[in-house]
Design a protein around this ligand. Structure first.
Ligand code: UDX
Ligand code: UDX
Length: 458
């Protein structure tokens, strides 16, 4: 069929799926195949009901699917037939052995590298897309070159900077694309090949190249810096609640300094998602490995503040509701780790839900996209939990609402109606500071924002 290039991606997840769909969409001259060990996931990618929710993704997939974008479980065939292989399998935090709870679990990587080696008969470019500890490329190279069949591999690092909920926009118009390689003639040649793929739609000045270790480290550091901003503002939110300062006013004043900038300064119940915590812990582990104790502690502080913020939120609820939640009904508005995604990995809502159940509260959970994941996350947890997609039904008869996710729909609700249907006194804990606190107070609610004085009728 005369495609210019044959590209494969191993791992059809939140990163692999959207990224490859965008390459196929922008480059009709390439054939893009995505493979995964999970047949259900592949079946979903081939259906009308894609396995992940991401604004704009449906359109991009449906336009390219069957033309130059294919989803399949035939990993070995895919390897044999392609020239460029992206690897986007998951690299969760290790749960066992050395580095448990901190280092990345590289078993899927290792297995994938061996699979590539076994089924390759010609030169291939391997692109690391998953976030990995620095020097993984080296391990990958070693596994790949151990064979004596003389097949050559070039390993590149091309970290993902897309954020869920805005993945399509981030892929279409990224701040930068980073490609790291070995600085050998063949490494540089491979790097240029990948640059040419992205140059189909991204201005060249935004495609930056570096050595492979810088590229791997930059991804961890970028996420650590972003998470650090949230932990910084969240730490100050605690101080604001003790004084008469208001966190949004402080954030505005600080963020207007152009050296600081105004993004990622929204105080919240804490950051979630599959990347931030994992990547920081990875960085901490790396620093410890190199005996940089102080540096490790510094970054570990970012994760600790995040844990503290979630616990603080629950303790504030307990305290406000007369030090007992037993038998009280709490409605969680949102369960996803952020708006516009159904993803709940590391969502602060999981922590809050479990803690509230420990306090023997009854939970009603509502979310426009994440209820299936929420049910899985809370499977087997003791206590009364129910789920309802319709916020007005979910909140009926509840003592409190706790906003977990900043979904737009929650700002447009009729809170007079909600107030009427709730038990009294009615409480709102706005973990995202998205609601009109004064308006709610006037309706009759006792309102507890993050980092601002509470508005109560007592
Ligand atoms: C990816 C990266 O893997 C992670 O390191 C990065 O920080 C974020 O992006 P994500 O796409 O969100 O993770 O993960 P997930 O949605 O779990 O997708 C990974 C896919 O790889 C799964 O569908 C899984 O079935 C597949 N997989 C895993 C394989 O195909 N082969 C394996 O050996 C392991
Ligand atoms: C992040 C990075 O942004 C992205 O570049 C990287 O490739 C993957 O990890 P993601 O996890 O999808 O993306 O979401 P992000 O938008 O960064 O949000 C992470 C968490 O921080 C969410 O729980 C979000 O609600 C929270 N957050 C974000 C805040 O609490 N306050 C803010 O001001 C911003």
């Amino acid at each position: 069929m005369g495609f210019e290039k044959k590209i494969l991606c191993i791992g059809a997840g939140y990163v692999g799926g959207p990224t490859m769909a965008m390459i196929a969409h922008k480059c009709p001259q390439y054939r893009v195949t995505i493979v995964d060990i999970n047949p259900d996931r592949i079946a979903q990618w081939n259906s009308d009901n894609l396995p992940i929710y991401e604004p704009g993704l449906d359109k991009v997939v449906k336009e390219a699917r069957g033309k130059n974008l294919f989803f399949s479980t035939e990993i070995e065939k895919g390897i044999r037939e392609s020239e460029i292989i992206f690897v986007s399998v998951n690299t969760p935090t290790k749960t066992f052995g050395a580095g448990a709870g901190m280092a990345a679990d590289l078993q899927y990587w290792d297995k994938t590298a061996r699979q590539i080696r076994e089924h390759s008969a010609s030169h291939k470019i391997i692109v690391e897309k998953s976030t990995l500890p620095v020097k993984t490329a080296q391990a990958m190279e070693r596994i790949l070159t151990i064979n004596d069949n003389a097949v050559r591999f070039d390993v590149l690092s091309n970290p993902e900077f897309l954020a869920e909920g805005t993945a399509i926009k981030d892929l279409e118009d990224p701040d930068r694309v980073l490609i790291g390689s070995r600085e050998t003639p063949s490494g540089l040649k491979a790097r240029n090949e990948l640059v040419e793929i992205y140059a189909n739609w991204i201005p060249r000045e935004r495609i930056i190249t570096s050595n492979i270790w810088s590229s791997e480290l930059s991804k961890l550091v970028a996420n650590a810096f972003l998470a650090q901003r949230i932990s910084s503002i969240n730490s100050i939110s605690a101080l604001c609640e003790k004084t008469d300062a208001e966190i949004t006013e402080v954030a505005r004043a600080v963020g207007m300094d152009r050296r600081v900038g105004d993004k990622f300064l929204n105080a919240s119940i804490g950051f979630g998602g599959s990347c931030f915590k994992k990547d920081i812990l990875n960085l901490v582990y790396l620093c410890r490995y190199y005996d940089l104790k102080e540096v490790a502690q510094y970054w570990e502080g970012v994760v600790k503040i995040n844990e503290y913020q979630k616990e603080r939120f629950v303790l504030n609820m307990l305290n406000a509701m007369f030090n007992t939640l037993a038998g009280k009904r709490v409605c969680l508005f949102g369960f996803a780790f952020k708006a516009n995604t159904g993803d709940t990995r590391e969502s602060p809502a999981i922590f809050v839900a479990k803690r509230l159940l420990e306090e023997k509260a009854e939970l009603v959970i509502t979310d426009p996209q994440a209820l299936d994941n929420a049910m899985r996350d809370l499977e087997g947890v003791d206590g009364k939990v129910s789920f309802n997609e319709e916020p007005y039904v979910a909140v009926d008869g509840c003592d409190a609402v706790a906003v977990m996710t900043e979904w737009d729909v929650y700002t447009g609700l009729d809170f007079e109606r909600i107030y009427r249907s709730m038990a009294k006194p009615a409480f709102i804990f706005d973990g995202r500071n998205i609601l009109d606190h004064k308006g709610l107070y006037e309706i009759g609610f006792n309102v507890f924002p993050i980092g601002k004085p509470a508005l109560t009728h007592f």
